[in-house]
Ligand binder design. Sequence first.
Ligand code: DX5
Ligand code: ZN
Length: 214
Amino acid sequence: MRVAPSLLAADFSDLRSQIDMLNSSEAFCLHVDVMDGNFVPNISIGFPVIKAIGKMSEKPLDVHMMVNEPGRYTSLVRDCGAKLMNVHYEACTHLDRTLVQIHDAGMLAGVTINPATPVAMLEEVIDIVDLVLIMSVNPGFGGQPFIRNSISKVARLRDMISRHRASALIEVDGGVNDLTGADLARAGADILVAGNYIFNSPDPQKAILTLKNL
Ligand code: DX5
Ligand code: ZN
């Protein structure tokens, strides 16, 4: 299992030491949550902060854009040093164009679906995305309870990927801990995002390892 710690739950008053800790952990990448107060009710961080995170991080950045029409920001996200840009299916009027723009900017392209969006909506883009992010909470806040039907969504997505002989990775975000993570691993997830489970643990590096070994 690959683990993507969500910095939303990190101590922002001491970001440098939090990122140093992640640099020397078994984390696969750092998950950076961007919120616009419009697509989701909350506002998080913007490009100057992401750029600073990119400079400090030795791990690739996975930037989760919870903003309307994220295609407007592909070059800014790339300039922050992001390796992967995740955009919401629900936030893109022209999703295919946005995914092409992300590739043209030199990043991997991820498409994210909200809990109420069926996996079937990805049928036409599954061959061109590098990753699908299944939200297992409604986006906007950390620390929410895991929505159980996300497990069967992972299994349905795994079926779709095999049917298409596609190579997209499956990432899951929201309410992930050792128990929900084990169910997601069995259903076929490749990457687990976790915020509170990692940063509220007395030993965050050990929590990362626990998820990695699922
Ligand atoms: C929620 C964000 C998540 C969040 C996860 O909108 O996309 O990445 O930080 O936090 P936990 O793991 O605490 O649910
Ligand atoms: Zn996220």
